[in-house]
Design a protein around this ligand. Sequence first.
Ligand code: FES
Length: 151
Amino acid sequence: MSAVAFRLDGEALSVAVPAETRLSEILREQCLRTASKVACGIGRCGACTVMMNGEAVNACLVMAWQIEGAEIVSPEGLDAFETGRIVKAALIAENAFQCGYCAPGIVMALTALFLADRRAGEAEILSALEGNLCRCTGYHSILRGALSAAN
Ligand code: FES
């Protein structure tokens, strides 16, 4: 066990965990942030996407030792960002999700994209979502929502 200090949704935290503990476990089990999901657990589906130092990352691939001093934003913290609120509203308006399991990861990926590039277009949106799978195959409505958020 070692203590890891980081910021989560604007709050300074320290947790004592084995260094190889995954960020997805820390968020869900130590911090009770359960909106980011774990599906594949190997970096393939994007359900666990959060922002780390402003970039979208797969929380299931980030180890505890890597988050020392990092700024993490979980889906629960997105409302602090106008961009996050815009993305969520645009996707809801398009009925972008069916089961919703992929939704937090997709919202996080799009918010990270638009925070970095508010003028991102379709190509950038598709690239940003390459790692986010939707098993309900709702990609068209997701893309419409993302394009709407971009405007
Ligand atoms: Fe992390 Fe699938 S659970 S990418």
